[in-house]
Design a protein around this ligand. Sequence first.
Ligand SMILES: [Zn+2]
Ligand SMILES: [Zn+2]
Length: 267
Amino acid sequence: MRAEPVYEIYAIRYAHHDRRASENFISGDPHDLPQPLDYFVWAIVGAGSCIVVDTGFDDAMARKRNRTVVKPVGEGLKAIGIDPDAVESVIVTHLHYDHCGNYELFPRARYHLQDGEMDYATGRCMCHSHLRVPFEVEDVTAMVRKVFAGRVTFHNGESEVVPGVTVHKIGGHSRGLQCVRVRTQRGPVVLASDASHLYQHFEEKRVFPIVYNVGDVLEGYATLNKLALDRKHIVPGHDPLVLERYPARPGFKGWIARLDVDPEEPS
Ligand SMILES: [Zn+2]
Ligand SMILES: [Zn+2]
């Protein structure tokens, strides 16, 4: 019998935003110190395949949204030997502007998305300017075009993308947000994406201000915990600490970290 595949996972930082802690939590933060966000895409490599999780945004979007691209997404992927032209699978955790831009970067890829996210991003909720804030019509339209080109696989709830890589609907932050669970040499690792922007969100059960349903965000933390062996196996979506706790890919400190090996945690 063949061994079940395990995968390497890389967090690739592409952008940054300086902000204060009060901007990262509903009800603000009593200390309100600087608490920047990093922006990542992730690459899952193994069993002869490469799956990219989320596609980031480009320079034009960074200018529009007042963010800073530190290294373009394509450059980060190439740095670890991944040719975007050859990528066949892209998991889009949700359709917020920082997760689904660069939509021409993967011309051969099939995209994996939850039903609920496409419904949300194209339905009646987008009549409300408050809910539209994290979406860009061009990003959503690009995904609709991919549907019509036969390049999208929809999932509803829990689903396997390839053996050992599964998606799990979380909702909450965005109605069809999904996280990704990956079998690795250290057990299953859960890429939370925006199911937990920072470690503090799932550890302290606090909520990021951009939200569709607060109850589902909080339930989502329980789901993350259930899918991972322990908190060391949960990787938040925007936390600069990820690059401090996980070992850097040699030569790429502050840019690319390896997630399928144990992190160093503060004692
Ligand atoms: Zn988001
Ligand atoms: Zn995000």
